[in-house]
Design a protein around this ligand. Structure first.
Ligand code: HEM
Length: 206
């Protein structure tokens, strides 16, 4: 088993995030009701919690290299748990989408969303499944690195493809989210090439 870096919260961090996601869902359903409006509120909120958790994991390594400081070292030490918490948050996004299909007869999912979003979910579940020491060692470092690199850029793209049109057409309030995504990508693409680690959780050492 890997020795813990100081500042690592570990799997407890995933537990705290699960509690926060549960509390957020309960509060939104209490406020907006358990019909389509409440379910849609949870879909939108879970997309945002997913975005924040995803970006933290996505930039952790680049930020720690560029700005070595306690905060960025904390991000790096907890990158794996932030990545798994993102998967959890996005599992909530999927669960409430399935609930919306039941509570709103008008709601339908386009073929493009099923293919594009479905592929993102395959990456998310595969990346989460290989975020444990044993499963990571089992797939091997080459496959692991490719999966987590390609997967994280693809997930970034789906976030961008979801928020950019909303910022352009629906509301200016989506613009900060688009800018955050672009800043995260810029940080990743311009990072110092000390080593070639490019993904959400540390590469298995075994
Ligand atoms: C088959 C898979 C998916 C389906 C069916 C789906 C469905 C939806 C729906 C219906 C909404 C709009 C809710 C509303 O405004 O009332 C939504 C919003 C969103 N989804 Fe998904 N989604 C899927 C996968 C994903 C994935 C993989 C991502 C990101 C990686 C994502 C990111 C977002 C974002 C960013 C929003 C915008 C939230 C907002 O308006 O604030 N979705 N999704």
């Amino acid at each position: 088993m890997r020795a813990k870096t100081p500042g690592t919260v570990g799997w407890r961090l995933v537990g705290y995030c699960a509690l926060l996601l549960g509390g957020m869902t309960a509060a939104l359903l209490a406020w907006y009701g358990t019909g389509a409006a409440g379910v849609r509120a949870v879909i939108r909120a879970s997309a945002k919690t997913s975005l924040i958790l995803f970006l933290c994991a996505f930039v952790a390594s680049s930020a720690a290299r560029r700005w070595p400081a306690p905060a960025t070292r904390w991000l790096l030490a907890n990158r794996r748990y932030l990545g798994v918490s993102f998967a959890l948050s996005h599992a909530l996004h999927l669960a409430v989408i399935l609930i919306l299909l039941r509570v709103d007869p008008e709601f339908a999912i386009s073929r493009g969303t099923i293919v594009g979003g479905g592929l993102a979910y395959l990456f998310i579940f595969a990346m989460a499944a290989t975020s444990f020491d044993r499963s990571a060692a089992w797939v091997g470092s080459v496959v692991w690195r490719r999966l987590h690199t390609v997967g994280s850029y693809y997930i970034w793209f789906i976030f961008f493809a979801s928020y950019a049109p909303r910022a352009a057409i629906q509301s200016i309030w989506y613009l900060p989210l688009v800018l955050l995504l672009l800043a995260g990508l810029f940080l990743r693409l311009t990072r110092k090439r000390v080593a070639s680690r490019t993904s959400i959780v540390p590469i298995p050492t075994a």
